[in-house]
Design a protein around this ligand. Structure first.
Ligand SMILES: Nc1nc2c(ncn2[C@@H]2O[C@H](COP(=O)(O)OP(=O)(O)O)[C@@H](O)[C@H]2O)c(=O)[nH]1
Ligand SMILES: [Mg+2]
Length: 428
């Protein structure tokens, strides 16, 4: 996975209602690029993306997972996110890297609550967006109806790439000069069309709608081709930040610039310890680099630097601006932090997380297990910024309150069973 320059990297977040096929799509991408030899099944617990113990048990994605698909010389860095609303913070953190969003839609279900939630997020983060309609292999599916429903709900910016008339109009809308030409009835040159399309997708004025079946593989290569071609390059992403004096600045994605890393995910791995996922916002990362964390006001020397694909790792010593990478055992850094040179401090605008709205008290069944439970809770907090833990003094501090952002009381049982998995791990 080494040796990609910025113009051969695309960062893409998979969003959408649960069970629309996000995780299966990544399997299909890895199958088509011969990384795996057969399609893993979420139900069988053998997909690349859902590798955690709890994910395998539950059969759905809990953590953001990085799954790069190397397709025809381009590295598509996919970030798989959970559709489950309990883990909504994961999608926000992923979008805050400036990645392009795919909203996956199930052709047999059409627009669902999770589709609309994903839409709200891409609007909030101004993310370039693609719709991918999956499961077109299923019986009684009317793809045209689903496309029409998407256009009806989310606007005429949602266009299929084979609808020449709608595309021309959308391309014209993206660029004033092209708009004039369009109204004068002149056709676009290939160069103009490509430019208008790129600008439109970048600004969210054009949202391509693609179709496929992750299960049968139909259309998967076409989706990957379109992503390589039309997902904005990292170099076009400008990162909002603050300088040391608190002034708003923008950081260009320049491999020759100052080294700036933005941490968008923390994982407590039972074997490797703490792993931080970082976007190289600017500069070129070398392992052993000495950086500074303006929030914790501590230095951070980078030890192991590696690319991940699900649970597998590949050490690297160089990572260029625009790429996503994992860092081992950072001491003073958590999700949302920036690492930068001490002499030139900047802070990248972090993801915002919803306020918790569901509270539960937890207590260890066995008093002697109290410490173990505390360790498990601490790990969960580190991994999930929407998960807040507080001690309640009135109950003589024997209870802890987990404040969780889920609006749905019932679903929080999934967070609770996850807790028990983390406490198992803590004791291992
Ligand atoms: N028929 C059909 N089923 C699919 C397709 N893609 C995924 N599935 C199934 O849909 C279910 C949910 O898939 P999953 O990848 O976990 O969805 P996610 O929650 O969006 O990650 C699984 O049973 C998949 O086998 C598809 O293209 N066609
Ligand atoms: Mg999934």
């Amino acid at each position: 996975m080494k040796g990609y320059t910025g113009d051969k990297i695309r960062n893409i977040v998979l969003l959408g209602h649960g069970s629309t096929g996000k995780t299966t799509f990544l399997e299909a991408g890895l199958l088509n690029t011969k990384v795996i030899s057969r399609l893993g099944k979420v139900e069988s617990g053998n997909t690349v993306s859902d590798y955690e113990k709890m994910e395998i048990e539950k059969g759905y994605t809990i953590n953001q997972t990085l799954v790069p698909v190397e397709y025809k010389g381009t590295k598509l860095n996919f970030i798989d996110t959970p559709g489950f609303f309990d883990f909504a913070g994961e999608a926000r953190a992923a979008l805050s890297t400036g990645a392009t969003a795919i909203i996956m839609v199930d052709a047999s279900s059409g627009i669902q609550v999770g589709t609309e939630k994903a839409w709200d997020l891409v609007k909030e983060y101004n993310s370039p967006t693609f719709f991918v309609i999956n499961k077109i292999d299923k019986d009684n599916v009317n793809v045209d109806e689903v496309i029409a429903a998407i256009q009806d709900k989310f606007g005429s910016a949602c266009v299929t790439l084979d609808d020449k008339d709608a595309l021309d109009e959308a391309v014209a809308a993206a660029d004033e000069e092209l708009m004039e030409k369009f109204f004068e009835g002149e056709g676009f040159t290939d160069e103009e069309f490509a430019r208008g399309l790129a600008t439109g997708i970048h600004n969210g004025d054009i949202m391509p709608v693609l179709t496929m079946s992750a299960l049968t593989g139909e259309g998967v290569d076409e989706v990957l081709d379109s992503l390589c071609k039309y997902v904005p390059k990292p170099a076009t992403v400008v990162t909002e930040a603050k300088d040391a004096d608190g002034n708003d600045i923008e950081i260009a994605c320049d491999p020759a610039g100052d080294l700036v890393l933005y941490i968008f995910k923390t994982l407590a791995d039972p074997f490797l310890g703490k792993i931080s996922y970082a976007k190289v916002v600017s500069g070129t990362l070398k392992s052993g680099a000495d950086l500074y964390n303006p929030r914790s006001e501590k230095s951070e020397k980078l030890g192991s630097v590696f690319f991940v694909r699900g649970k597998s790792q590949e050490m690297t010593d160089t990572v260029v601006a625009g790429d996503l990478v994992a860092l081992g055992k950072l001491q003073n850094t958590k999700t949302g932090d920036t690492l930068c040179p001490k002499a030139k401090q900047v802070t990248v605008k972090p993801a915002s997380f919803p306020t918790p709205c569901y509270f539960i008290a937890v207590e260890a069944a066995d008093k002697n297990e109290d410490e173990k439970m505390a360790q498990g809770l601490a790990r969960l907090m580190e991994e999930d910024p929407t998960f807040v833990l507080e001690r309640n003094a009135e109950t003589r501090e024997t209870l802890r309150h987990i404040r969780h952002c889920s609006a749905d009381r019932a679903t929080s049982s999934s967070e609770l069973s996850r807790l028990s998995s983390k406490t198992d791990t803590a004791s291992a």
